[in-house]
Design a protein around this ligand. Structure first.
Ligand SMILES: Nc1ncnc2c1ncn2[C@@H]1O[C@H](COP(=O)(O)OP(=O)(O)OP(=O)(O)O)[C@@H](O)[C@H]1O
Ligand SMILES: Nc1ncnc2c1ncn2[C@@H]1O[C@H](COP(=O)(O)OP(=O)(O)OP(=O)(O)O)[C@@H](O)[C@H]1O
Ligand SMILES: [Mg+2]
Ligand SMILES: [Mg+2]
Lengths: 256, 256
């Protein structure tokens, strides 16, 4: 039975989508069967994995709001072991459309039950917000991976995120654990990054993952070709760091 | 009568808050009376202007949802000509709490009528989402300033944003204009940035502002001291570029 990992942090632009795409691809390259679910109306994960917005006929919106089974919307990607459930901009309206639905927080969890058995990992990308879509991802997840950029505003939002995780644990998903915190776009030359890193180590102690993702322009270039970094430029520092992250998470799963 | 400018782009982490704080401060230093309104539950604008989360007793939430008059929640900042209406994390719930309120899109516009006369500029920072809070800012605004990072995912979201602006114009605010697009965190050494810049010039033609904000770590350091860049480090490239942006906007307003 696969592990479901939500990638969440309500701070914008910290590398959630880049992590979902490239961790997913690296795990798939390590012969894991991986499903990536895009829960963000921006649909960056969808386009970053090579599916253009015009090609998406049915997205996660159709399953969440219109009860379409997930089976019918799973798409292939460049990697054989990597599948995608796309998003589209209809998701912008989903937050309001789901207001009256009883147990709306559990919709994704129930949908994933039908397909999760086919995968070793399900990775869920979330929008920069603590709305019902992110809530669905946290309720469906076994654990949450928190990408954090080493800057002040990103540090500020951490306590809100942890409060939300506690609320999710006590109301909806008691087994939700923190897989870890991964530092992204890390520039070791700046005092700010090293200072924030030290603050985070104090705050999270054992939960900081060893793998740090450096700032690497190849990671920002890859999505314009619709390719994960290991296909776009396997020799880059970005590819190396996400392969290390996948290895660290695989070892972590073996131990637990 | 003052000009209200919304700073909006649903893509996360593109420099909305950094632009709201530092454009606001640069205009205030140019002897304009400026009010900055923080409409994001992350409250980054609030802390970036020196107000700690624990000190905020009443925020924009209390006016939007509980009908408190704005006059009672306006705070001072380090700059005499710069005032702040703070945010707090109650805003996370506002999206749902305002669902049943008739004409909920017009609440901020009506609130600002009572105070806008005292200011030359009202600058509204928005969250990374096209929700009812961002909608309130776009309905209240005379014009919208769009910060864009020169990367692929930021480029992708532009059409959704323009569609939203068209919808706002036809349903709520016919006079909403685009003040301009400002490139942020621009790194001229990368091909990606120059390529995306060229794409944006084609797409926006006359709406691209001349001022470009470079990537400058001093801009990322300043918020940890609760100071705008012109106070934290007036000699930095970041301060220089936001002073140029303020001058360009002041010239733009004189001409129109
Ligand atoms: N390690 C990195 N090095 C360089 N650029 C990066 C890196 N990680 C992400 N980026 C770029 O930074 C921007 C923000 O990353 P991304 O979109 O993945 O963040 P996000 O948290 O998903 O954003 P949002 O909050 O809008 O969903 C993107 O343009 C991406 O290409
Ligand atoms: N020109 C710049 N140079 C370097 N760092 C910058 C620059 N502009 C912003 N930053 C930093 O980049 C990060 C993102 O900027 P900011 O928080 O202003 O974006 P935002 O669009 O308001 O994000 P959100 O979508 O979460 O509201 C912050 O840590 C900020 O300090
Ligand atoms: Mg994203
Ligand atoms: Mg912001």
């Amino acid at each position: 039975m696969g592990k479901t990992i939500a990638i969440a942090n309500q701070k914008g632009g910290v590398g959630k989508t880049t992590t979902a795409i490239n961790l997913g691809a690296a795990l798939a390259a390590a012969d894991m069967k991986v499903l990536v679910v895009d829960m963000d109306a921006q649909a960056n994960c969808t386009s970053g994995l090579g599916t253009s917005k015009d090609c998406v006929q049915k997205s996660i919106y159709h399953s969440l709001v219109l009860d379409e089974p997930l089976k019918g919307i799973i798409l292939d990607t460049d990697l054989e072991n990597l599948k995608l459930i796309p998003a589209d901009k209809n998701l912008t309206g989903a937050v309001v459309e789901l207001i009256e639905v009883p147990e709306r927080e559990f919709i994704l969890k129930r949908l994933l039950c039908h397909v999760a058995g086919q995968f070793d990992f399900v990775i869920v990308d979330t929008p920069p917000s603590l709305n019902v879509l992110t809530l669905n991802a946290l309720v469906a997840a076994d654990s949450v991976l928190i990408p954090i950029q080493c800057e002040y505003f990103a540090l500020e939002g951490v306590t809100d995120l942890l409060e939300t995780l506690n609320r999710v644990r006590s109301n909806y998903n008691p087994d939700l654990s923190i897989l870890g915190v991964v530092l992204t776009m890390f520039d070791e030359r700046t005092n700010l990054a090293n200072q924030v890193r030290a603050d985070l180590k104090n705050f999270f102690s054992g939960k900081m993952l060893n793998t740090v993702i450096p700032r690497n322009v190849r990671l920002a270039e890859a999505p314009s070709f619709g390719k994960p970094i290991i296909i776009y430029d396997i020799r880059s520092k970005g590819a190396e760091s996400y392969v290390n992250l996948a290895r660290e998470i695989l070892n972590h799963e073996k131990e637990s």
